[in-house]
Design a protein around this ligand. Structure first.
Ligand code: UDP
Length: 324
């Protein structure tokens, strides 16, 4: 099969490219390198089944050319990272809403199946655990810019499901929960590569707020494994799936584990949100996925423990800092 991955030069996209090529598929990557980089794919460029097309999902002509020639579209291109979204609020909304609409229109024109990457952020301020796909989104006020990301991705889901339900083309949606691993950049605010870099350099490790907020991290290889399973499963069309891990951890506990596993001398410093983001910032107190739907559909179970995930990130960040 020939796949188009929008945003395929990003962190998750590059791992997915690898897996698809390893399985004998051909892959076209469309990426404008806003947050992704072709360097993420450089080790794959000798593979003749990979084609990198620099460009944006806002470009309808490129989209038509590419969507018309592939069998399946995987839409990962989106604004990513809390820091990036707060720094570029309008562009993030436009990328996620207008850009996605263009991808959906191209899928409709050429009747191509679509895999849409969404996010656990759509659950917003929900605090109960674990979160099921049918749970409500609890989104904060529009004056708090962060929530525009959840709203824009929720709108993507609504639009995609509407196309699916009209019979235009099949759509499968997955909500990624804090996917981390090798090649993830610390530049857009993600906690794992940031804490690991700080620990390796023996700098203060910055835990925002009181550190009691929790997340459930997913190794990118587990995430990609789940995506591959859903792609191979036509019954997944029309459905929404959580893709996530199983080990909930508070951010303070995460910092302690990173410190121990990297044998760092760093101090762990609590930093008020107001010193990092603007006064209007709101964080999510808790985020734990219910992955039973995914387990039932594709017999998925995450393979990487939290400690294994942290170790992988430590060795990746060490290798990169040695290269620089
Ligand atoms: N965070 C932190 N220190 C950092 C970066 C992030 O304590 O240097 C916190 C952040 O406030 C949030 C959690 O770590 O509570 C996860 O942040 P991330 O941006 O990785 O993911 P998301 O908030 O989207 O789940």
């Amino acid at each position: 099969m020939r796949y188009l991955i929008t945003g395929g030069a990003g962190f998750i996209g590059s791992h997915l490219c690898e897996a698809l090529l390893d399985s004998g598929h051909a892959v076209y990557v469309l990426d404008d390198e806003t947050t992704g980089s072709r360097a993420n794919l450089s080790h794959l460029f000798t593979n003749r089944e990979l084609r990198f097309i620099p460009g944006s999902i806002a470009d309808e002509k490129i989209l038509a050319r590419l969507v018309g020639t592939v069998h399946h579209v995987i839409h990962l291109a989106a604004a990513v990272g809390v820091k990036y979204i707060l720094d570029h609020p309008l562009q993030s909304i436009l990328t996620n809403v207008v850009g996605t609409e263009k991808v959906l229109q191209a899928c409709r024109e050429f009747e191509k199946p679509l895999f849409l990457a969404s996010t656990s952020e759509v659950y917003g301020l929900q605090t109960h655990a674990p979160l099921r796909e049918t749970d409500y989104s609890v989104i904060g006020a529009t004056s708090v810019s962060r929530w525009s990301y959840a709203c824009s991705k929720a709108l993507d889901e609504f639009m995609a499901l509407a196309f699916h339900n009209q019979g235009a083309f099949p759509v499968t949606i997955a909500r990624f929960f804090n996917t981390v691993g090798p090649r993830q950049s610390p530049a857009y605010g993600m906690v794992m590569p940031r804490l690991v870099d700080q620990a390796i350099r023996n700098e203060a490790m910055t835990v925002y707020g009181d550190g009691s907020q929790s997340r459930t991290f997913t190794h990118v290889k587990d995430c990609v494994h789940a995506v591959m399973g859903l792609l191979a499963h036509p019954e997944a069309a029309g459905e929404v799936y959580n893709i996530g891990g199983t080990e909930e951890v508070s951010i303070l506990e995460l910092a302690k584990r990173v410190k121990t596993l990297s044998e760092s001398q760093s101090e762990i410093k609590l930093v008020p949100y107001s010193e990092v983001y603007n006064r209007n910032f709101e964080d999510m107190p808790r985020r734990v996925p219910d992955i039973s739907k995914l387990e039932k559909t594709i017999q998925f179970h995450p393979q990487y423990s939290l400690d294994e995930i942290i170790r992988d990130v430590i060795s990746d960040r060490k290798r990169r800092s040695a290269l620089n």
